[in-house]
Design a protein around this ligand. Structure first.
Ligand code: PHE
Length: 340
């Protein structure tokens, strides 16, 4: 009869790679004819005082063999399952969840596409800017109260370096680099020193536009913006321009669209006025043209700027700007259908 130690070693070193080997293992160690079974049969011939200990050892070795058998079997079953899964082409596919584009990206793309269709090209540029491109070139003199409307984040070590408050900085960069005619749109992220509420955030996105050529008039601007509003909100939308102030445009205006929810009747969205504000615009101030090296006697132009979060809130009827920055998948998933 084999010793317990020999048996244990045999069990341990037994190689099992396939079903046949597994069956051989079972026959050798766990069947009625196995060495272990003969040890069980032997128990009754062992002297009474050693019987208990012997019985325990036989049991132990049997449990050990059983454990090895179950382990091999489990891993073998698993492998077999993987094999059938690869082979079984009728098995239902695992559902792969498809993501959605972020609503801000969807809206930026939409605005871009509308303007690109009428000949505007897209320019992008740095989020971290200098004072000249964000303020001074755009006619905001130092210490002028107009700067308060666009307080931002300054890099303390270098007071000339700041986070841009609008993408108008790209209009300056474009005018400095190109000769008219110029037709560009400038999408991008902007920053302002604002407390975060449901309607304001210290980071948001804009698309601004600029058109400079000979004989560009206020009427050209109005018609361009009407085209934009109707493509974005539907062919029945009307616009109105209200006088406003921006340091870099003269005259300046805010543009409202007729409320696309109530059609102008008055509802919660338009606060019962029938109109919803969507963008700022105006004729580029001659000082700005000159600052950027463009002859203001020869050329004129218009500019406009719209907040993407605001447009997105209007279009998708959400009432809290923070949703766009929290990245809660339950919110973002709802834009699957709008993702192209
Ligand atoms: N830059 C302005 C803002 O961020 C928007 C604007 C752009 C207004 C162009 C007029 C013309 O508030």
């Amino acid at each position: 009869m084999k010793s317990f130690e020999e048996l244990r070693k045999e069990i341990e070193s037994f190689q099992i790679e396939n079903a046949e080997a597994l069956e051989a293992f079972r026959l050798q160690f766990l069947s009625k004819k196995s060495d272990i079974q003969s040890m069980f049969n032997e128990i009754r011939n062992i002297p009474a005082e050693e019987r208990k200990q012997f019985g325990q050892l036989v049991n132990e070795i049997k449990n050990f063999a059983n454990k090895r058998f179950e382990e091999f079997k489990a891993s073998y079953d698993q492998q077999a399952e993987v094999k059938t899964a690869v082979a079984d082409i009728t098995r239902p596919d695992t559902q792969v969840s498809v993501g959605a584009m972020h609503p801000i990206s969807i809206m930026m793309d939409q605005v871009r596409r509308i303007f690109e269709d009428i000949g505007f090209t897209t320019v992008t540029g740095p989020d971290i800017e200098d004072d000249w491109h964000v303020f001074t070139a755009l006619n905001f003199p130092e210490e002028h109260p107009a700067r308060d409307m666009q307080d931002t984040f300054f890099i303390e070590l270098h007071p000339d370096i700041l986070l841009r408050t609008h993408t108008s900085s790209l209009q300056v960069r474009t005018m400095e680099a190109q000769k008219p005619p110029i037709r560009v749109i400038c999408p991008g992220r902007v920053f302002r020193n604002e407390a975060i509420t449901s309607r304001a955030h210290c980071i948001f996105h804009q698309v601004e536009g600029l058109y400079i050529a000979e004989n560009v008039s206020f009427a050209d601007m109005k018609q361009t913006l009407l085209y934009f509003a109707q493509r974005m909100f539907g062919p029945d939308v009307r616009i109105r321009l209200r006088p406003s102030y921006f340091p870099f445009t003269e005259p300046s205006a805010e543009m409202d669209i007729s409320c696309y929810i109530c059609g102008g009747e008055g509802c919660n969205l338009c606060k019962h006025t029938g109109w919803v504000e969507i963008l700022g615009c105006g004729m580029v101030d001659p000082n700005v043209l000159e600052n950027c090296g463009i002859d203001s006697k020869k050329y004129s132009g218009f500019a406009f700027g719209l907040g993407i979060e605001r447009m997105t809130m209007l279009k998708y009827k959400t009432n809290d700007i923070r949703l766009y920055f929290e990245n809660d998948v339950r919110f973002l998933e709802q834009f699957k259908a709008a993702t192209k």
